[in-house]
Structure formats: C-alpha cells, structure tokens
Design a protein around this ligand. Structure first.
Ligand SMILES: [Zn+2]
Length: 153
C-alpha cells in the first residue's frame, strides 16, 4: 500500500483548489485560450488582452504557481507557454462538433487564424462580421476602424 499521510492527502486537495482558483477568472481563461495556440511574450499577451502590465503579471503569476503555464527567457522578453493542456480542455468541454470549430476566420488586427470556438469578440459593420481573438484586438479595431474595415466596392 502506498504510504499516504494525512498531510499529503490534504496537500493534494490544496493543489487541486489552487488549480481551480487559477482558472476562476475570465482574463486567466482568456490567457489560457491564447496560449493554447502557441507561446507568447508578455508584451503580446498584454496587447491582445488590453490589460495593464501589473494586472497581467498578477494573472500570469497565479497561472504559473498552479503549474498551468511555464516561462522561458527569450532575449529581453519572458515567453509564456501552456503546459497543462487539461486546463484548456476544460474550456472546451461543449465543443465536440466540427461545426463549432470551422470555418476558420482571420482576426483583422493580429492576423491570427481563429476557429469558431476561439473567437472571443465579434463586431458587425455593414453586414460584415469581424472576429477577434481577445478583447484587446477588438479595442484596437474600434479605435482604428478605417484601417481594418475592408471595402468591397
Ligand atoms: Zn487578435
């Protein structure tokens, strides 16, 4: 029989609670969703989410303590990667149909390719729908509409 002490038993549930606490914020779930497509530097995450640096650091540190993300030095920047895919899987439990995933659309601001389930924000202008990876890209789009709106005529 494995030697499980009462303290390691409690420790296990303390770790589980830390994991769910780290998930329990919309911005942190958004970060997990962004990182599911690949590693990103802090400045990239910051511009995608439109968050203040201090605020973002706090979210990233919680995700790191819960072992959901890891960091790596990349020149002057710190790069974040998603290491716990289960955290991302929990975000997608309802999306089992292919129709939730296709078609792929392009975020006009960051040019990221997004599946239907990855679209965080939408804006409709003159019957055309624009889709965004995160609230930061939508904010940039709304500030500089002329730059991003495509004219078909
Ligand atoms: Zn974007």
């Amino acid at each position: 029989m494995p030697n499980i002490t009462l303290s390691s038993y409690h420790e296990l549930f303390a770790q589980k609670a830390q994991f769910f606490e780290a998930l329990a914020h919309p911005k942190r779930l958004e970060i997990i969703s962004l990182l599911s497509r690949g590693s990103l530097c802090v400045s990239e995450i910051q511009s995608m989410l439109g968050l203040a640096q201090a605020n973002l650091s706090q979210h990233l540190s919680m995700l790191r303590k819960a072992n959901i993300v890891s960091t790596k030095k990349n020149g002057k920047e710190v790069e974040y990667s998603l290491i716990d895919r289960d955290a991302f899987a929990l975000l997608n439990t309802k999306a089992q149909n292919a129709k939730d995933i296709f078609p792929i659309v392009i975020d006009p601001v960051c040019k990221m390719r997004l599946t239907q389930q990855e679209i965080a924000e939408r804006v409709v202008i003159q019957d055309r729908e624009y889709c965004f990876c995160a609230s930061g890209c939508k904010q940039l789009f709304e500030k500089n509409k002329e730059q991003y709106v495509t004219h078909c005529e």
